[in-house]
Design a protein around this ligand. Structure first.
Ligand SMILES: Nc1ncnc2c1ncn2[C@@H]1O[C@H](COP(=O)(O)OP(=O)(O)OP(=O)(O)O)[C@@H](O)[C@H]1O
Ligand SMILES: [Mg+2]
Length: 623
């Protein structure tokens, strides 16, 4: 969250947003190849890490061979040769320690860089995606893609190269063993086929379980998440018992899967661990016999002991890496699904930048349908035409679900009209540069979202460089200044995750101040005063009239108190404008208008009664 005062952070964020790296857009390529451009941006890290790894590996494999020489020459006393070998062992140990450490460090660094790069890419793309994408996807799902999935790729990047190194170690150790003594090598390898078989069986049983565990953990997490976020609803309906029972069911399902997986591990692990020891026993048995016979040396037995451990390494890691790479591949697919979704709403090339709009908003025979092509849904707007002159305050009234919010969304181009044109100052909004359009057309929604930052920053969200005076001016118009100033920390008060420390009406007024601060040419209040006290609303109305002189304001409303703030009322139903005039004119001539307002009033009264009974504190009346 950038600070409103512009200190620190933001510069970094904007650099990162323009970062050149991106995934390979070619969807026919495999997931690793699509990620390659990100890894490739850190080639030097990768090359240096790999070089350290190879040196570490060579020294590791060399140590038993040198130790073997040293042990075998110990019989001749501490001579020149033994001294050289001991020094060599010391050097090898130090080199192994340094390069091994550097290798691990560099690999982790690389994997974390890939991780943060990928996070930036996903986040940048998410911020470009249109409303329609968010309509289709659940927020939990998007968050999990942006977190868990990226993390599982990072883990693979950190550990997969280690498997590569372990495999190389295997072949080097194997080669050296063959070079030292062929029959003894074969004995040392005797248990490997059994190990492979047992390991395969283990993986076949363990992998599906680990998938089940992952799914069921997510189940438990989502129950917990809903209970934390929906705790007010749960308590209002005294549904705690049912929710606890739901969690218990999910927890039992998770417990079964986890216990079964522990069981499988308990059965197979001792066997898998015993196999190298059995191999060691066989080597000692056969090798000891050979040694007594004088055919091999004690040093050889020692070296074989060390190599047997190295041979097991790749087999031990293999299962984990296979599991992790399956997980990473699935994660990559899920991330690519997001990244391959093109943003639907973008500025056209060479779009006009509108510095300061005069505030003329026109809808010309607009048709609009939600949902994707292929799915036939009824049009929400159908031949909707409307003209709002600069400086006018207009109320848009209609039955619930008739498409009023949709009108607001089309004006700010959150969606594009299917047919007809939406114009600002006579320019088709699709020809305007998007940022400049949204600077000029600002929508305040009925459910305000407050960020977990000081109130001052919440109000200055659209213009982080605003001075405190400007913030206060907007807050005064929104009739929230007194309330904020009386808080112990005033404008520095940090509001909760969703501003729960404020009442519903107070939150709406903070959101109104936020919308007012950039002084947009067109301000659309979409039911944005619905939770505000009627008396306060009147004060807001008169402050708006003086504070927004010259600006165009569109009020979407059900309440008479809001409608009375407007110069003109537009009555809409069935996807088109049915009538326009003053409130009094419509009351006198349009029966349907009277009915819609009466229905809205009845619903509001019902809502107030419901709130009183259930004790839903979040939308309490404003003081
Ligand atoms: N994102 C969406 N995807 C699909 N359908 C939607 C979406 N948003 C709204 N709708 C549908 O479009 C219709 C119009 O919705 P809209 O929100 O514009 O109504 P409204 O007039 O603002 O209603 P209200 O007065 O209750 O706020 C409704 O039937 C609604 O179900
Ligand atoms: Mg609405």
């Amino acid at each position: 969250m950038p600070s409103a005062r512009g200190a620190g952070g933001p510069a970094v964020a904007s650099d990162a947003i323009t970062a050149a790296v991106d995934i390979d857009p070619d969807t026919s390529k495999g997931w690793l190849r699509r990620l390659w451009p990100i890894v490739s941006a850190h080639r030097s890290l990768l090359a240096f890490g790999a070089a350290c790894g190879i040196v570490a590996l060579a020294t590791q494999v060399a140590v038993p061979a040198v130790a073997r020489e040293a042990i075998d020459s110990a019989g001749d006393g501490f001579g020149e040769r033994l001294r050289t070998l001991v020094i060599l062992l010391g050097v090898l140990a130090i080199a192994r320690g340094l390069t091994g450490g550097a290798y691990r460090y560099l690999l982790f660094k690389l994997s974390l860089r890939v991780d943060s790069e990928l996070r930036m890419i996903v986040h940048r793309h998410l911020s470009r995606l249109s409303f329609s994408f968010y309509d289709r996807s659940g927020s939990g799902d998007i968050i999990s893609r942006a977190n868990t999935d990226i993390r599982s790729i990072q883990i693979l990047f950190a550990f997969a190269p280690m498997l590569g190194m372990a495999v190389l170690t295997f072949f080097l150790a194997f080669g050296l063993m063959l070079w030292i003594h062929v029959p003894l090598t074969l004995v040392a390898l005797a248990t490997l086929p059994i190990g492979t078989l047992v390991g395969n069986r283990f993986r076949n049983r363990f992998l599906p379980l680990s998938w089940i565990i992952q799914g069921r953990s997510a189940e438990v997490a989502s129950v917990v998440d809903e209970n934390v976020n929906g705790t007010r609803v749960v308590k209002s309906f005294a549904a705690e018992r049912a929710e606890i029972a739901k969690l218990a069911r999910a927890a039992r399902r998770l417990q079964w899967a986890s216990a079964t997986s522990v069981d499988v591990r308990a059965r197979y692990n001792p066997l898998l661990e015993a196999l190298p020891r059995i191999a060691m026993g066989l080597v000692l048995l056969y090798g000891g016999w050979l040694a007594i016979d004088g055919q091999v040396t004690i040093g050889t037995l020692f070296a074989f002991g060390a190599y047997i451990i190295m041979l097991q390494l790749p087999f031990r890691m293999f299962g984990f890496i296979v599991m992790q790479s399956q997980r990473a591949a699935a994660s990559a697919e899920r991330i690519f699904q997001v990244l391959d979704t093109p943003p639907e709403i973008t500025s056209a090339p060479g779009a006009r930048v509108l510095d300061r709009s005069e505030g003329r908003l026109t809808f010309d025979d607009v048709t609009f349908t939600y949902g994707q092509e292929g799915r036939s849904t009824r049009p929400i707007l159908d031949g909707f035409s409307l003209e709002i002159s600069p400086g006018e305050t207009v109320a848009l009234v209609g039955p619930t679900g008739c498409g009023k919010s949709t009108v607001a969304r089309l004006a700010a181009r959150f969606y594009d009209a299917g047919g007809g044109t939406v114009r600002l100052d006579g320019h088709d909004v699709r020809d305007l540069e998007l940022e400049s359009l949204r600077r000029n057309v600002v929508v305040a929604f009925d459910e305000p979202f407050l960020f977990s930052v000081p109130l001052r920053d919440n109000i200055a969200f659209g213009r982080p460089d605003a001075s405190l005076d400007e913030v206060i001016r907007a807050a005064r118009i929104a009739q929230i200044h007194e309330t904020v100033a009386n808080l112990p920390e005033g404008y520095d008060t940090v509001v909760g995750e969703r501003g729960y420390t404020l009442s519903g009406g107070q939150r709406q007024r903070i959101a109104l101040a936020r919308a007012l601060l950039p002084e947009p040419a067109v301000l659309i209040l979409d039911d944005a005063l619905s939770a505000v006290d009627m008396g306060v609303e009147e004060a807001i109305g008169s402050a708006l009239r003086t504070g927004r002189a010259g600006g165009t304001t569109l009020l979407i409303a059900h309440r008479l108190s809001t409608i009375s703030l407007a110069d003109r009322v537009i009555f809409t139903e069935g996807g088109r404008v049915v009538a326009t005039g003053t409130h009094a004119e419509l009351m006198a001539t349009r029966e349907r208008y009277v009915q819609v307002l009466a229905d809205a009033e009845a619903r509001a009264a019902e809502g107030r009664r419901g709130e009183g009974a259930a004790g839903l504190g979040a939308k309490g009346p404003a003081p």
